[in-house]
Design a protein around this ligand. Structure first.
Ligand code: ATP
Length: 282
């Protein structure tokens, strides 16, 4: 059974189709990244998946249940860290999590190990208002998981954070995935998407124009290139060559002149794929 099953999902705002006939499934323990340019329809799609906005047409099933008819049953099974952080700024990180423990009738004894795991134990009693962006984001993610949901919706989990905070969050999310939690996230951070996502759904002008594993997208839309570093008459130069007969001929000439210092093959990056897919006409 799919954790999420979406069929022909459409959302219209007046005459504009913000989401246009999207269908996909999400398996248990899968991390799906929704990507696309600003205004593509990612947030609108996520809001419908979370039950915050009604589709104009189409069906959404979460855990095999019709979302529209089972909101009360479904909501305790999902966790959300989406859009604006809404922490209690005057309360500590610990207190912010304790409120949610009480709300969901979970023991507060769970909080300390969680704060330790996210490397926040020494700041647990400081008010959130003095936390860095990365620390607040870690609390938000812990809070979304405090009631042990099976499905998590995340908006840019670690975008704009320093590499240490990003790594802590990414590793934590991968641990949750190992436990069988499924995740849908949006992100403009291609490193984050490459690190976390099993599949990528690329949305443009409201339509899901690609849905596949990152390596499949790279093979389909990207082109392997060769980066060659060589000694010119007085300086060291670098060029990126495509796998064409002309470029291989050129590389051979450089070899014959004994000028090549190094050659590395480069895979297309998700950033390259993003640019290619964003520029595709509808
Ligand atoms: P971003 O990457 O900038 O967050 P996005 O992919 O999440 O963009 P959406 O926020 O889903 O894009 O917006 C999709 C389209 O729907 C945009 O044209 C947006 O202006 C429009 N839109 C979103 N919400 C509303 C609304 N409440 N009323 C009217 N139009 C809306």
């Amino acid at each position: 059974m799919s954790i999420i099953s979406v069929e022909n999902l459409t959302k219209e705002f007046g005459t504009r189709k913000a989401v246009d006939n999207i269908s996909f499934n999400l398996a248990k323990g899968e991390i799906l990244g929704l990507l696309g340019p600003n205004g593509a329809g990612k947030t609108t799609t996520m809001r419908m998946l979370m039950g915050l906005s009604k589709p104009s047409s189409g069906n959404i099933r979460l855990f095999g249940l019709d979302l529209n008819k089972n909101l009360k049953k479904i909501h305790p099974r999902i966790g959300v860290a989406f859009e604006k952080p809404n922490l209690f700024e005057n309360l500590s990180g610990y207190q912010n999590l304790a409120i949610y423990c009480k709300l969901y009738q979970k023991p507060t004894s769970a909080i300390k190990p969680l704060l330790e795991r996210m490397e926040l134990a020494d700041r647990a009693n400081d008010p959130v208002k003095v936390y860095s962006k990365g620390m607040k984001q870690r609390i938000l993610i812990l809070r979304a998981l405090i009631h042990e949901p099976e499905l998590l919706f995340l908006d840019e989990p670690a975008s704009g954070l320093d590499p240490v905070s990003s790594r802590i969050i990414w590793d934590y999310l991968k641990e949750q995935q190992q436990k069988g939690i499924s995740i849908v996230l949006t992100s403009h951070d291609m490193e984050e998407v490459d690190e976390l996502c099993n599949r990528i759904g690329f949305i443009n002008h409201g339509r899901l124009i690609a849905l596949a594993e990152p390596y499949v997208l790279k093979e389909k839309y990207g082109e392997k290139t060769l980066k060659v570093v060589y000694q010119d008459s007085s300086s060291i130069k670098e060029e990126v060559l495509s796998p064409t007969p002309e470029h291989f001929q050129y590389l051979q000439t450089l070899y014959q002149k004994k000028r090549v210092l190094s050659v590395h093959s480069q895979e297309a990056t998700l950033g390259d794929i993003f640019r290619i897919l964003s520029s595709q006409e509808n």
